[in-house]
Design a protein around this ligand. Structure first.
Ligand SMILES: Cc1cc2nc3c(=O)[nH]c(=O)nc-3n(C[C@H](O)[C@H](O)[C@H](O)COP(=O)(O)OP(=O)(O)OC[C@H]3O[C@@H](n4cnc5c(N)ncnc54)[C@H](O)[C@@H]3O)c2cc1C
Length: 412
């Protein structure tokens, strides 16, 4: 692969080669619809309510949002999508669409078994190197929140604060936490045995500390030779560049490979609202430019320490993806370096994914799957994030239209 050519994301023929014209027209319709903020606001309120009350909306969802952003209802259904992506040298991060809540222990056990099933399945496929895991899928949010708040009350480095915080749990909570730990350990050990990576999603700040601690300690156990476990770092938080540097120090000291997925962060409004309501300083950067700066600084930091960090640049931001390819060139690192991976969500920014893959980069689509009612919150987030306010819809729609026009010119 010629890595001397500058990478460009403008080629829509590459971007949409995996989609038929009929599929592209459906995508055009969908993005045009979610371009109207009023429709999205209405849908976000009505759809979850309709699903809860078993109203017949699943057909509508299946043929619109679900088809665009989700791999299928079952693992087997994802095989077709994964195969198609594989034909274009694109890999898959499988995401079992379970969301957190105040569930029963049996539901958490079921989620753990499901994550393990996904790992075993991924190990049998040629292009599924990772699965993603949400700790809230197998831990009670209330427990994470209590532990997090207690960690914040302590002084000193994170692991020390966590150890002290454990003492504040009562007997029942402590044994509940032991079960969470056991589930996480089980997932990671099967992943290590099967050679599949586990990407731990980042959550809201008020539950993130226990997730960070658990993930770092799992890395210490399973990342000695290669990265199996990855933590997610949200650079819309103003404290995360520092956190990344501390995590590297721990990795150097204890000789493990630090696995990190870099994201900007998905819960900005929620974070700011909570901070304002509860009267504490917002954990979020003052503006987008500050987030962008820290995101790119984090990429640079990871590439400069590539011997010890395995990084996944998870972003739809063209400038950040291009910046990564430029840094790789500057450092004389191959685009397919085993410690560098790019990723975008399925159904979004195909121009980045497929053009990176053609340039020889290792790139994957994050592919959720699950019953419609389980993936509904994920779909609502995608609709919201793609609504006109964010500007993303405009970009997606413009690219789809450009490709449809190119195809129709070709037919003349
Ligand atoms: C593969 C993959 C995995 C992901 N996993 C997670 C995860 O585990 N946890 C998670 O939280 N998110 C996750 N995300 C979502 C991610 O955090 C972003 O919400 C999303 O990707 C948009 O950011 P961007 O870099 O793609 O693009 P951009 O469009 O350049 O950035 C948009 C983002 O910038 C930030 N931003 C926007 N306005 C402001 C402002 N005024 N001030 C400060 N910051 C601002 C916000 O984070 C916003 O989402 C994931 C995304 C991908 C592609």
């Amino acid at each position: 692969m010629d890595t001397d050519m500058p990478v460009s994301f403008d080629n829509t023929e590459n971007a949409f080669a995996y989609k038929t014209t009929r599929e592209l027209k459906k995508a055009r319709f969908l993005f045009a619809m979610i371009g109207y903020p009023a429709i999205v606001r209405w849908g976000i309120r009505i759809i979850p309510w309709a699903l809860k009350n078993r109203l017949p909306v699943t057909g509508l969802i299946r043929h619109t949002l679900f088809r665009q952003f989700v791999g299928g209802e079952t693992l087997e259904e994802t095989a077709q999508v994964a195969k198609k992506l594989g034909d274009y040298n694109v890999r898959v991060i499988l995401d079992y669409g379970v969301e957190g809540g105040e569930k029963e222990e049996t539901a958490f056990e079921h989620s753990m078994e499901k994550f393990i099933e996904v790992i075993r399945y991924a190990a049998t496929r040629p292009n599924i190197p990772f699965i993603s895991v949400k700790v809230t899928g197998f831990a009670r949010v209330g427990l994470l929140e209590k532990l997090d708040s207690s960690v914040s009350d302590q002084q000193g480095p994170l692991i020390k604060r966590y150890t002290k915080a454990l003492e504040t749990l009562n007997d029942e909570e402590r044994s509940e936490w032991e079960q969470v730990w056991r589930r996480m350990e089980r997932i990671c050990s099967v992943a290590a045995e099967k050679g599949v990576g586990v990407l731990v999603d980042a959550e809201e700040t008020w539950i993130q500390d226990p997730v960070d601690v658990m993930t770092i300690l799992m890395m210490e156990k399973f990342n000695m030779e290669k990265a199996v476990v990855y933590n997610t770092v949200q650079l819309y938080r103003h404290d995360r560049l520092g956190f990344l540097k501390d995590a590297l120090e721990a990795a150097e000291l204890r000789h493990f490979i630090l696995g990190v997925k870099l994201v900007r962060g998905a819960y900005m409004e929620k974070e700011r609202e909570r901070a304002a309501t509860m009267g504490y300083p917002s954990p979020i950067q003052p503006d987008k430019a500050a987030t962008d700066q820290d995101f790119d600084d984090a990429i640079r930091f990871c590439i400069e320490h590539i011997h010890r960090i395995s990084v996944i640049v998870a972003s739809h931001n063209e400038a950040s993806n291009l910046y990564t390819t430029r840094l790789l060139r500057q450092q004389n690192l191959p685009f397919d370096h085993p410690h560098i991976h790019f990723s975008q969500l399925y159904g979004m920014s195909d121009n980045i994914t497929f053009n990176l893959a053609r340039a020889g980069c290792v790139v994957s689509k994050y592919l959720p799957f699950g019953p419609i009612k389980d993936v509904a919150p994920y779909l609502m987030r995608r609709a919201q994030e793609n609504s006109a306010i964010a500007g993303q819809t405009g970009r997606e729609l413009r690219r789809i239209k450009k490709e449809l026009e190119r195809r129709s010119r070709q037919r003349i």
